[in-house]
Design a protein around this ligand. Structure first.
Ligand SMILES: Nc1ncnc2c1ncn2[C@@H]1O[C@H](COP(=O)(O)OP(=O)(O)OP(=O)(O)O)[C@@H](O)[C@H]1O
Length: 591
């Protein structure tokens, strides 16, 4: 997606911003950190007690002191239990906090997708949006739940191990650090390398999901046109690109991990050699050397872990960046600062010298459209394909805002109207009413959740389609299938019309269906439309002669301009584009 307004580039910036978007993730973090520290500190009790047990118990000057061995073992056991309990509680807390935070992030991302205008949604591929809300957030969750916790423990472990190593032997502790210093630089290098590789992976995953969702949504078209091989090829390419990117990133990550392991092993050997030398020269006791080897292990673990965490972290950062980019995509239709509500009752609709272009560098698709519709009257908008009819409908429903000029409903500039009030007062019916999986009643109820089955039935009576409803196998409880696939196009329209009817809007904007439906359904749809439009201010993008004839006024659009307006009878009588359009309609009917 190209529309990221604020580019967050630095890892730290991304992390800070990401966490601020999901504050639940860091809520109570202090306690979690404390638990991590207690767990880590308890772990180091083992090498400490081991040293005591060897030096003051087993190798005690006066012979084996079983008392010391006993209490040191008991202390070690206590350390292990405390470490286990703290680690358990810490994990649960971390898991809860991260899941809450991720849910918020998903919700925010999803809400933003809905708030984005249809333009942005068209421009950036929907699959990419889906991947931002799903798999990108999953990557963040993997890091926060696994890597994040490991990182906290590791840092604590590194600190505690260093302090204790310094306590036992300053020179040997410094020696261990010197052995690991090259690894820290190597890790920085790998971090950059792995980071870039994972950014590519996230993009490839998004591409793949886009391709999959498009192929699934267009499955029928693919089959009808026999383009399975081409579609399969596109899918294969997307999957292959994702596979290659993932392997490339994994190879780099494994490189980082193996370097960590190599350096850790080498350091341990060097410590044993150096320890043995120091022991031989009387600088350290056997117990201290043993404890030191344990501590070195405690030190190397986090360093190795860091290489693994790096993997998750880079993947998560790449995901986080994409989620942030989505959230930073500016809304084209900005909510009003001081929202106003539309008053109840019939409303006028006015276009005041409206120009519109789909983007700043595109040509105007509507030019100086200036007209008013009186409350309760109907307008049929006609014109050649591409003349701007649907764009006009988008402006009237505020799916987009004018480039210049004003759209007013009930005397209010739509840009000042509260969204809920606008959706209540102005209903839009697209050519293909979108139905969700569920029953007919569920779909009608979306608009009015309080409605019972009888209320839904009344809606069908209201639009004159009760005969159609009784023919459905289970009445209002008939399942419509995914996206209404069990109903015909015309039947889907009937349900969509009933859904609009129950919202009782004051203004209706509808795009008349062009798809032909069987005659009886066609009659039912026509009747429903008439019922729905009765007494309401209506704008119909008309594709049929009958609709234009019935409307109080006809608007003729041509190349983005409103070139003619008047009643059907007036316009047919005048020499102009409408008459030509009308002749075309009549001719096509006569065929
Ligand atoms: N999302 C979009 N982005 C960019 N340009 C668009 C977009 N939608 C429509 N257009 C352009 O705007 C112009 C008007 O399109 P519009 O869909 O309003 O025409 P229409 O009269 O409704 O056509 P039809 O009768 O075929 O539906 C066309 O040139 C079209 O290419």
């Amino acid at each position: 997606m190209s529309a990221g307004a604020t580019k967050v580039t630095s890892d730290r910036g991304t992390l800070r911003r990401g966490l601020s978007l999901a504050p639940e993730m860091t809520k109570g973090f202090g306690w979690t950190l404390l638990l991590a520290l207690v767990a880590t500190s308890s772990q180091v009790i083992v090498p400490l007690t081991l040293q005591r047990a060897i030096d003051h118990g087993i190798l005690a000057p006066g012979g084996v002191d079983l008392g010391v061995v006993r209490w040191t073992c008991a202390l070690a056991a206590l350390g292990v239990v405390v470490a286990g309990v703290c680690s358990y509680v810490m994990n649960v807390r971390l898991f809860r906090a991260s899941e809450r935070g991720l849910a918020t992030l998903r919700r925010k991302a999803f809400a933003h997708v809905h708030a984005l205008s249809t333009l942005t949604l068209n421009a950036s591929r929907r699959g990419s949006m889906v991947s931002r809300v799903t798999s990108d957030v999953d990557q963040i969750s993997m890091f926060v739940q696994r890597g994040g916790m490991m990182l906290i423990v590791s840092i604590g472990q590194l600190l505690v191990a260093t302090i204790l190593m310094l306590w036992y032997s300053g020179p040997l502790a410094i020696f261990v650090w010197i052995c690991f210093l090259p690894l820290f630089f190597l890790l920085r290098y790998f971090q950059r390398l792995v980071g870039r590789a994972y950014a590519v992976v996230r993009e490839r995953v998004a591409d793949m999901l886009s391709t999959i969702s498009e192929s699934v949504a267009g499955a029928a078209t693919v089959r009808l046109f026999g383009i399975q091989p081409r579609t399969q090829e596109r899918m294969d390419d997307a999957i292959e690109a994702q596979r290659k990117a993932a392997i490339g990133a994994q190879i780099r990550a494994v490189g980082a991990f193996v370097s960590g392991q190599g350096v850790s092993g080498a350091a341990l050997i060097l410590v044993i050699i150096a320890g043995a030398w120091m022991g031989a020269n009387g600088h350290m006791t056997i117990g201290e050397i043993t404890a030191f080897v344990f501590l070195t292990n405690l030190f190397t673990q986090p360093v190795q872990t860091a290489t693994e965490v790096l993997n998750d972290l880079q993947n998560a950062l790449a995901g986080w960046r994409r989620v942030i980019e989505l959230l930073d995509t500016p809304l084209e239709v900005v909510p009003p600062a001081q929202p106003q509500s539309l008053s109840a009752g019939a409303k006028s609709v006015q276009l005041d010298h409206v120009d519109f272009a789909y983007s700043t560098d595109a040509d105007l698709v509507l030019r100086d459209v200036d007209a008013t519709i009186a409350p309760g009257t109907s307008v049929a908008v006609v014109g050649e394909t591409g003349s701007g009819k649907s764009t006009l409908a988008k402006l009237l429903t505020r799916l987009v805002d004018p480039t210049s000029g004003v759209v007013l409903v009930g005397g209010l500039d739509l840009r000042d109207v509260d969204d809920a009030s606008l959706r209540e007062a102005v209903a839009y019916l697209p050519q293909e009413g979108f139905l969700f999986t569920g029953t007919i009643a569920d779909n009608v109820r979306f608009a009015r959740p309080d409605l019972d089955d009888a209320g839904v039935e009344r809606a069908f009576v209201g639009i004159g389609c009760e005969d159609w409803l009784v023919r459905q196998p289970e009445g209002v409880r008939t399942e419509v299938g995914a996206r209404g696939s069990r109903l015909s196009a015309g039947e889907r329209q009937i349900v969509a019309l009933a859904r609009t009817y129950v919202t009782d809007p004051d203004v209706l904007i509808l795009d008349e269906a062009t798809s032909s439906v069987d005659p009886s359904t066609d009659v039912a749809v026509g009747r429903a439309l008439d019922e729905l439009m009765r007494g309401r201010t209506s704008v119909v993008i008309a594709h049929r002669l009958a609709t234009a004839e019935k409307a109080d006024e006809v608007w003729v659009m041509d190349a983005g301009r409103l070139v003619q307006r008047g009643s059907h009878v007036e316009l047919v009588g005048a020499d102009g584009p409408y008459r030509r359009l009308h002749e075309g309609w009549v001719a096509s009917h006569a065929e």
